[in-house]
Write a protein that binds this ligand. Structure first.
Ligand SMILES: *Cc1c(COP(=O)(O)O)cnc(C)c1O
Length: 399
């Protein structure tokens, strides 16, 4: 925006939302949008979910913040819920995904440090990865566009092509600490790692005595129809970073680890001022209560199938606009033949929000609470957008 005093790091759309309810976002002048972006998989339970609003309000009237030098019962409860529901034995709370990844990387390196193998510091990552915007996580992501101009790339990250098993095996050495991967690349274009490859990665880590770190910041907390995407492959990581959906819109992340993997993280080795404070924990616990309630994830799987089926129809009917549909559950990607950002404008004109991603993909990431009727409405608006794009192209051709 001209005259803005903010860093110009975003090309912001000219949209100002004033309120949100469920899957709907409303601008000050009363325009309503069906939100299939959900803050990039953040508003897992939609906007203004009553359970989250009341958890936050109740906590706000009692206690906002205390330091992590004190006991925080809400944090114990949050940790216990995650430990009971996952592979993990230990949880560290953060405020964001990148911080959860930083904790994951530090945890892996410290594990080898206390094991007497301090040379094991390298983390192997995959092309197209996205792990955040801190200095370490841009090095982990390895994308030139995020590294350029920010000085020397943090050492200790080795990148291999996505899906190249031989390159991966060749990259493993006596300095390797871990393999870090998103079960489905989000920013990279909703590129899924197939279940057999995930199992293979688990085996490769075990055979080489290295750790498997999963970045489930985007795929986690029910997004793919399981609590965590790796469950589809029947494997477990040693360390996992989560964020986005776990806070439902409140800044919250966490690093989860097994007892063994986290054995180096003793008192004084790591910390955070805000991570896991009472306000964040009130919301995080409320999100988990909803997502872990019987039937919730089953509902996400059903809705994921419905959305997949309906969107496949749209892709089939508009072969000049779309190339394919990818992803799992309510983490879907429309690979476009037209420029994804141009199509996104038509989505907005049709009153539906999506998010761009790599490989010319538009991500469809609705709140997990979307209903079947709302799915119908979203798909019909997406179809309207595709038709508008087609008529633009015809006009362009006629001129
Ligand atoms: C968004 C995202 C991150 C970074 O999370 P922030 O909260 O923005 O720091 C890391 N990994 C993945 C897979 C993400 O989608």
């Amino acid at each position: 925006m001209v005259g803005s005093s903010l860093y110009q790091t975003y090309n912001r759309a000219n949209l100002v939302f004033e309120r949100g309810e469920g899957v709907w976002l409303e601008t000050a002048d009363g325009r309503r949008f069906l939100d299939c972006a959900a803050g990039i998989a953040v508003n897992s339970l939609g906007h203004s979910h009553p359970a989250l609003v009341s958890a936050l309000k109740d906590q706000a009237e009692k206690l906002w913040h205390v330091s992590n030098v004190y006991q925080i019962p809400g944090q114990e409860e949050f940790g216990r819920k995650l430990v009971e529901a996952t592979f993990a034995d230990r949880v560290f709370c953060t405020n964001s995904g990148a911080e959860a990844l930083e904790c994951a990387i530090k945890t892996a390196r410290r594990h080898f440090h206390v094991k007497g193998q301090p040379e094991r510091v390298d983390v192997i990552t995959f092309e197209g990865a996205f792990h955040g915007r801190t200095l370490a996580t841009i090095a982990a992501g390895g994308q030139a566009k995020y590294l350029e101009g920010f000085g020397p790339k943090a050492p200790g990250f080795v990148q291999v092509p996505f899906g190249d098993r031989d390159a991966l095996l060749a990259a493993i050495s006596e300095t390797t600490a871990a393999i870090l991967i998103e079960p489905i690349q989000g920013e990279g274009g909703v590129r899924a790692v197939d279940t057999e490859t995930l199992r293979d990665l688990r085996r490769i880590c075990d055979e080489n005595g290295i750790l498997l770190i999963l970045d489930e910041v985007q795929t986690g907390v029910g997004r793919t129809g399981k609590l965590f995407a790796h469950e589809w492959a029947g494997i477990t990581p040693d360390i996992m970073a989560i964020a986005k959906g776990i806070g439902g819109g409140f800044p919250l992340g966490a690093c989860l680890a097994t007892e063994e993997a986290s054995d180096g993280m003793q008192p004084g080795t790591h910390g955070t001022t805000y991570g896991g404070n009472p306000l964040a924990m009130a919301v995080g616990n409320a999100v988990l209560d909803v997502v872990l309630a019987p039937g919730f994830l089953e509902g996400v799987r059903e809705k994921g199938l419905l959305l997949t089926q309906k969107l496949s129809g749209v892709v089939d009917r508009h072969p000049d606009i779309f190339e394919d549909l990818r992803g799992k559950g309510l983490m879907l990607g429309l690979k476009c033949r037209v420029t994804n950002t141009a199509l996104l404008d038509h989505f907005r004109n049709a009153g539906v929000l999506a998010v761009g991603a790599g490989e010319n993909v538009l991500r469809i990431l609705p709140p997990l609470t979307i209903t079947a009727e709302e799915i119908e409405e979203a798909v019909s608006r997406i179809e309207t957008a595709a038709e508008a794009m087609e008529s633009d192209m015809k006009k362009g051709a006629a001129e």
